[in-house]
Design a protein around this ligand. Structure first.
Ligand code: SF4
Length: 174
């Protein structure tokens, strides 16, 4: 079976994507989300994702150390925060796939109707072409709420904002 490295942004976006990909690929899970802030929020999403991935029998690896301060400095200096954020995470996912001799990578970000879907697809394709690892694109948004219900049933943590402190502030969350 072809091997695919799947970048997970969080547990609620994962069920529909995992259910689809495991039918076609040997899936390995990957976590790299230094955009999630503050530290308590990061831990809640990470622990929840670990639990979900474990329930699916998938192995989970992690990206390189990258501090939240580093992320904030780079995002602030970038002309487009979300472009930087997607590119950083998907680049590390593609590199991890490459390092593990996997020919394919993708991301659960493709499940969320709240993300910049077309931008994620374009960045994924760009990175894939540059690194020689195929980005597997699929629009999972129609199954998002179904997947979210599954995650909720499993007791997964349900976040209220995209991830960074900027997005938290934009949602008016204290
Ligand atoms: S809003 Fe979301 S995608 Fe955009 S920079 Fe913040 S965490 Fe990343």
């Amino acid at each position: 079976m072809k091997q695919l490295l799947l970048h997970h942004c969080c547990a609620p976006c994962s069920p529909s994507v995992v259910a689809s990909f495991v039918k076609r690929f040997a899936v390995s899970s990957f976590w790299f989300n230094p955009n999630i802030q503050p530290a308590q929020e990061y831990t809640s999403r990470y622990e929840s994702l670990k639990k979900f991935v474990g329930s699916q029998g998938l192995a989970l690896s992690e990206g390189p150390a990258y501090s939240q301060d580093q992320w904030i400095a780079a995002a602030t200096a970038s002309p487009d925060r979300c472009t930087f954020c997607y590119r950083l995470r998907l680049t590390e996912a593609a590199k991890a796939a490459q390092a593990n001799d996997m020919s394919f990578f993708s991301t659960t970000l493709l499940a969320s109707p709240y993300q910049k879907h077309d931008l994620i697809r374009d960045i994924g394709n760009d990175i894939g072409a540059a690194l020689g690892v195929a980005f597997v694109y699929e629009d999972f948004r129609a199954q998002f709420y179904q997947g979210k219900d599954i995650a909720r049933t499993q007791g997964c943590y349900m976040q209220k904002y995209c991830g960074c402190l900027f997005s938290k502030e934009e949602r008016g969350i204290k």
